[in-house]
Design a binder for this molecule. Structure first.
Ligand code: F6P
Length: 362
């Protein structure tokens, strides 16, 4: 089959580097394979509602340094469970056939989906219906197990590390405990990496349930050494031993309805109580998703985009591009969406953290 036209969309939460992928897909598809490219607006919503724009070389000019996505995104619109109003009520319908019909009418032969586990699972389900798809792994959380790294992660870690550098100076001046809550969903990758880079004293991650007494011990040990302040990084999914993740809200229509958040405040209050020390909390939130991508994310997103265009043009399809070691390759989509990547509590990175004196609260 001769591929002539491809579609591209960005789905799920945005991540710095999305524009780098779009740019590389468009440039490679046009310059190397002579293809036409259509961009769907706001993720799968654009596919379902037939909202798109033609992407030529000028539409992707000057965007590699820009955060966000020129196509827009959404983490709510799933073609297999799309909200429609019937008799004044919202009901959820499978409109995937409509989405595929839209692609056929537009003459789109292959769809490139740039997304996290939610969007890639949808892409996989669409490929089971016969659509030719290529996935590109995106998420600041770095929790996709079939690739060593996702783009957006490095920028999020940089942002969190800069925050820790700033918290250090004010913590030291006031002799306070500073708690920084970072994102990451069910994985502790951002907390672990930023915590090590930013010289945190305590790192709390979902993979290692914590006990307050152990955190207190670390803080007191530091005070005995004359270090009157302490820095705690808490991943949003961190849990006390036998405790539950702290949920900020539920978003019914979302591919993953749970929004974590609030553990930083809980930890700060409890530490103030048991240590008697002044404690403050900072929730970094969506700052981690914003801003200009780091050089590393610009390079990774470009490499991913070039590979995605190659796969779209020549196959094999139903693949996700991936980084393995230093090489860009691909893995079957069904393998890619099987599980999330977690921090190994006994692994080398946690061990390195412990060796330099970081407590994981366990
Ligand atoms: O998956 C990326 C992420 O930023 C998570 O770290 C966070 O839990 C979630 O998305 C926040 O989602 P929303 O943008 O819907 O608040």
């Amino acid at each position: 089959m001769q591929v002539k036209r491809i579609g591209v969309l960005t789905g799920g939460g945005d991540a710095p580097g999305l524009n780098g992928v779009i740019r590389a897909v468009v440039k490679t598809a046009i310059n190397r394979y002579g293809l036409e490219v259509i961009g769907f607006k706001d993720g799968f919503y654009g596919l379902i509602m037939n909202k798109y724009l033609c992407l030529d070389l000028s539409s992707v000019s000057g965007i590699i340094h820009r955060g966000g996505t020129i196509l827009g995104t959404s983490n709510r619109d799933n073609p297999f469970r799309f909200p429609v109003t019937e008799n004044g009520k919202t009901v959820y319908r499978d409109v995937s056939d409509q989405a595929i019909a839209n692609l056929q009418e537009l003459g789109v032969d292959v769809l490139v989906v740039i997304g996290g586990d939610g969007s890639l699972s949808i892409a996989h389900d669409m490929s089971k219906k016969g659509l030719k798809v290529v996935g590109v792994p995106k998420t600041i959380d770095n929790d996709l197990f079939a690739t060593d790294v996702t783009f957006g992660f490095d920028t999020a870690v940089r942002t969190a590390t800069e925050a820790l550098d700033k918290l250090h100076t004010t913590a030291e001046s006031h002799h306070r405990i500073m708690v920084l809550e970072v994102m990451g969903r069910y994985g502790g990758w951002i907390a672990l990496n930023a915590g090590i880079a930013g010289g945190a004293d305590v790192i709390l991650i979902p993979e290692i349930p914590f006990a307050y007494d152990r955190i207190k011990e670390k803080i007191e040990e530091r005070r005995k050494d004359g270090k009157l302040f302490s820095i705690v990084v808490a991943a949003e999914g961190a849990t006390e031993k036998e405790g539950q993740m702290v949920v900020a809200k539920y978003i019914k229509e979302s591919t993953d309805p749970v929004r974590l958040g609030g553990i930083g405040q809980v930890v700060a209050e409890r530490l103030a109580e048991i240590t008697g020390l002044e404690t403050r909390v900072t929730v970094l939130g969506h700052l981690q998703r914003g801003g200009s991508p780091t050089a590393s994310d610009r390079i990774l997103s470009t490499r991913f985009g070039v590979k995605a265009a190659e796969l779209a043009a020549k196959g094999p399809w139903a693949q996700m591009v991936a980084l393995h070691g230093t090489e860009i390759g691909c893995v079957e989509l069904n393998e890619a969406v099987k599980a999330l990547k977690k921090v190994d509590p006994e692994g080398e990175m946690v061990n390195a953290g412990k060796a330099v004196g970081i407590s994981f609260g366990n």
